[in-house]
Each structure stands twice: as structure tokens, then as C-alpha cells.
Design a protein around this ligand. Sequence first.
Ligand SMILES: NC(=[NH2+])NCCC[C@H](N)C(=O)O
Ligand SMILES: [Mn+2]
Ligand SMILES: [Mn+2]
Length: 300
Amino acid sequence: MKIKKLSIVGLPMDLGQTRRGVDMGPSAIRYAGVVERLENLNLEIDDLGDIVVGRPKLIENPNSNLKNLELVAKMNTELAQKVDEIVKGGSFPLVLGGDHSIAIGTLAGISKHYKNLGVIWYDAHGDLNTEATSPSGNIHGMPLAVSLGLGHPDLTDILDYTPKVKPENVVIIGARSLDEGERELIKEKGIRVFTMHEIDRLGMTRVMEEAIDYLKGRTDGVHLSLDLDGLDPNDAPGVGTPVIGGISYRESHLAMEMLAESNMITSAEFVEVNPILDERNKTATVAVALMGSLFGEKLL
Ligand SMILES: NC(=[NH2+])NCCC[C@H](N)C(=O)O
Ligand SMILES: [Mn+2]
Ligand SMILES: [Mn+2]
């Protein structure tokens, strides 16, 4: 798809995990100049601003291992409706997080417009936990499982359909921290994963060629869900769950450039930017630079 019009929406929500601050991600990304950067690429940019997030209940449901379930489900429903409208209006949705639990809403809003939506999950983690396997109860560790139809119905059934994504249409890139239940799920469902091992061994060029090739034949649209913790914490320190040994800034640019050349990306989100944990807005600046490459920026 040749992208002409792009609509930006932020979901400033930090309730899918326990480190405060990632709710300021959309502001930090705007401050790092996202609109100006993308306008320079001759794209028509419509910044719709942020969805307003309510206050969580002070007392949690003691019978549930899901933190802030009610409000996370509500906010994701609002995001899904917004993203659905954007797609209906013929615009490319670019969603700014917020912690990664917001992918639940993004995918709910997008996937109903496709028969076989592909997903590239660029992340140190699999985010494939359910309440049964989660070591933390943090919903940001669950959005990919939820989108596959696994998890609490308040999350899986947003916009009244499930699953949003088929396991064979998912590619995970950059994984280096997986919980036991996630490993089992990956094997059981045959999810395509390029761990750091494959990136080191084959190089990012080959990994992206294979990922693009794999999705090209089987999907009619591809969503990029980019968790900044997929990058190495040296390059992206402002994230709540950093894992050393990650994808470099340069490899990430290459990956974005190859996705731009493929013309296959139909929606995107950038999540987990936490300005409180960041160094002089470095991580938001990296996110904006990667968006530049994803949307076709070239040096010459
Ligand atoms: N989107 C993220 N950063 N996810 C981190 C998840 C960490 C861990 N696997 C958990 O489920 O709690
Ligand atoms: Mn992650
Ligand atoms: Mn994630």
C-alpha cells in the first residue's frame, strides 16, 4: 500500500504494567517531532490527539490475576473504535503508546478490515501470556495472546469478535525473554519467531527478507507493533522492562527501511516509551527516527 494519509492517535495509558510514566509516551513522541518529521515525507498528517484515560480503581478485584482489567478493557475498546474509524476513513493508523496492552485495542480496530491480517511483533518479549501463565499479572505481557483469542473475554472479545489474528500470520522479531507458558504456546501454535539468535546468525537483512517473504504470501495487510524494548537498552533506555542484548539502532533502521520498501505495512504502533526512565527523551527520539524510516525517509 502506498501511504498518503496518516492519522495519529495516542493512548496515554500505563495500567498494563506497574512502572508509572509510560502514560507520558505520546507526549514525549510528539515532543520529539513526530508530526514535523512525517510531514516532511509529503504525507498528509492528521493528529487526532490522545484518548482520555480514566483513573483506575484503588481496590483491585482480589479474584483476578489481571491488573486494572476493567479500565484496560474500557480504554482498549475506545481505542479500537477510534482505529476502526481511521481505517474506514481510508487513512493509515499510527498509534502511540502507552504500554503494550494497547495493542489489544489497535488490533481489534484494524483486523475486522482484513481477512488475514499479518502482525510483526518487534519486541524483546512474546507478550503471549494469559492470566494462567503470567508471572506478573501485567496485561502488557498478554496482548499477542489476547489477539490470538486467548485470555479473559473482556479483552479477547473487544468489538465482539475473536480471534483478531491467526497464529500463522504472526512474526515475532527480537525475542530474548520468554516465559515458560509463552514458549509452549509458540511451539503449540507454530508461531514464527526470529530470536536474537537468528538476528545475530543470519543478520537483520536476511531476517527481514524472510519475515517479509513469509507474510507476503499469506496476508492482505500487515500491522507493525513495535515495542521500544525490542531495541537494546543502550539505544532505547526509556522502557519499563529492558532486556540486554537487543536489536541495535542501526539494525532497527534497516528493518524499518526494508518494511518501507516492501509496501506491505498497513498500520503501526510504537509502545512502551517511558520518559521518566529515559535519558533526555532519547527513546522517544529513536521512535520518531524509526518512524521516519518506516514511512520512507531516505538520506539520498
Ligand atoms: N510489553 C512488554 N514490555 N511486556 C513485558 C512482559 C514481561 C513478562 N513476560 C510478563 O508477562 O510480565
Ligand atoms: Mn517488550
Ligand atoms: Mn511488548
